[in-house]
Design a protein around this ligand. Structure first.
Ligand code: SAM
Length: 199
């Protein structure tokens, strides 16, 4: 069954009903100050709402229009200091997140989007984030730490380093408690976008 139907059926066992504690804990360090942030695979938009609450201009991107409708209904009622855009599109294509005037985004907030993608798509995810971020911008958030699965697909630090190091500096990568919806460990990460791919 596709992602959109899961939201239509209100069958979203991955949904915390709250922002990711890891995303929120790392946001200030990753971003420095108010900026433009993408939340890929934003689902019902909990991290979108919380980052806009910190004053950021946040673009929530998802392929499931039903998820975005649920996010929109909740967020529209909030008076947030930052701005919110909710856009239907494929994260791997960067749809809806073309950088304004080539300027790019300051942040890319990951929470259970990477694990929703087939591992064969992970290099395209890395490439999409690199293309959308400014040099020095940060991909930050949480990655589920286990072997296998599908979906969610787990990962581990050596795999993340192999995938991201050519395009990002690994500023932080450490255990950060568990993802409560699956009771699996999660890794907190801040990956800093390189100006040019390494190697
Ligand atoms: C496991 S859910 C996580 C949702 C949200 N991040 C959260 O924490 O509740 C994965 C989300 O990614 C979206 N998604 C899956 N593949 C995608 C793609 N290629 N582009 C954009 N969104 C995608 C799904 O529709 C779903 O909302």
């Amino acid at each position: 069954m596709g992602w959109n139907q899961r939201y239509v059926d209100r069958d979203f066992p991955w949904d915390l009903g709250a922002p990711s504690p890891v995303v929120q804990a790392l946001a200030d360090r990753a971003l420095g100050g108010p900026g433009r942030v993408v939340v890929p695979g934003c689902g019902r938009g909990w991290d979108v709402e919380a980052l806009a609450g910190k004053g950021h201009h946040v673009v929530g991107l998802d392929i499931a229009p039903a998820a975005l409708a649920l996010a929109r209904a909740r967020i529209a009622a909030r008076d947030l200091p930052g701005a919110v855009e909710l856009i239907e599109g494929d994260v791997l294509l960067g749809e809806g997140t073309e950088p304004d005037g080539g300027d790019g985004f300051d942040g890319w907030a990951e929470h259970t989007c990477f694990c929703a993608l087939d591992p064969q798509q992970w290099p395209a995810y890395v490439e999409a984030a690199w293309r959308r971020l400014k040099p020095g911008g940060a991909l930050f958030g949480a990655f589920l730490h286990f072997e296998g699965g599908g979906p969610p697909f787990g990962t581990h630090p050596a795999e993340l380093r192999r995938l991201f190091t050519p395009r990002f500096e690994i500023e932080l990568l450490e255990e950060r408690g568990t993802f409560s919806k699956r009771d699996v460990p999660q890794l907190g990460a801040i990956f800093r976008r390189r100006a040019h791919p390494a190697g």
